[in-house]
Ligand binder design. Structure first.
Ligand code: 5RP
Length: 260
């Protein structure tokens, strides 16, 4: 791996802890104005001090994020569908490598839909993106998107994560599940977990704790942070687990105190 690639990865996965708190706010790329992200600039601004990296689209980045702000950008580069269609798997690469370089992306993020009607296209998109990223030293984060009908078990997520790594992804984003150690063991690149739908703060902290305890390098969490009534405190609590070695119980105790 060349210097540029390693340098970009080190900006995302912090070398001192080997861990990462990524804030995901790319939901609008197929969901439109998602709850909590109606005005993404306002949502994100108070959270940036506590995020190691920010995952979003170029449209939101260019329009609402201060370019003077030094935060590694994980640029969503797949899309082409919306929640109005049944099959979300029909994605293409939506950003050229030249534009990703112009944006100074630290990584490129693309979803794969293993087991979906467009499985093959999303996997070959990933392989092509890894080739492009490799040319310019930009790592690729593969998101193992899960179709409505699919189970989120270790067998499925392990299969999708491993395929992503085999095709060249440098980081895999997937969901936490029972037996997550098996998913991690079968995947030769670092794994971060998505938070998924909004759940109680206490449960989201347990999710983060269980994931890193099972070997995830951290989280790429969205709704469970920005849809919380206490987003700033919530990201700090997640951070205390991911980087600070706190248990979920300790992080919850801190959060309860912080929100009064
Ligand atoms: C969609 C994504 C989203 O960024 C992601 O799942 C966000 O995180 P969360 O589930 O925690 O809201 O990658 O494919």
């Amino acid at each position: 791996m060349d210097w540029g690639m390693r340098n970009r990865l080190a900006g995302i996965i912090k070398p001192d802890t080997g861990r990462c708190v990524m804030l995901a706010v790319d939901h609008g790329y197929f969901q439109g104005p998602t709850t909590g992200l109606e005005r993404p600039g306002d949502t994100v601004a108070p959270l940036l001090d506590y995020a190691d990296a920010l995952m979003l689209t170029r449209g939101v980045l260019r329009n609402v994020i201060d370019p003077g702000r030094r935060i590694p950008i994980v640029l969503r580069v797949s899309g082409g569908t919306s929640i109005l269609v049944d099959d979300l798997s029909d994605e293409e690469i939506t950003v050229s490598i030249e534009d990703a370089i112009r944006i100074n992306a630290s990584a490129l993020a693309l979803s794969i839909f293993v087991g979906s009607p467009h499985e093959k296209e999303t996997l070959t998109n990933l392989a092509r993106l890894c080739d492009d990223g490799h040319k310019y030293g930009i790592p690729v984060l593969a998101v193992t998107a899960v179709g409505k009908e699919m189970s989120r078990d270790a067998r499925y997520l392990g299969l999708a994560s491993r395929i992503a790594a085999e095709l060249g992804a440098h980081i895999v984003k997937t969901y936490y599940c029972e037996g997550f150690e098996k998913v991690v063991a079968g995947c030769p690149v670092p794994i971060v977990i998505a938070g998924g739908k909004k759940i109680e703060e206490r449960d989201a902290l347990t999710l983060a704790y269980d994931a890193v305890s099972a070997g995830a390098v951290g989280v790429d969490m969205g709704r469970n942070i920005f849809q919380s009534k206490w987003p700033v405190q919530m990201i700090q609590a997640v951070r205390s687990i991911v980087h600070g070695g706190k248990t979920d119980a300790e992080a919850w105790e801190w959060l309860e105190g912080a929100i009064g």
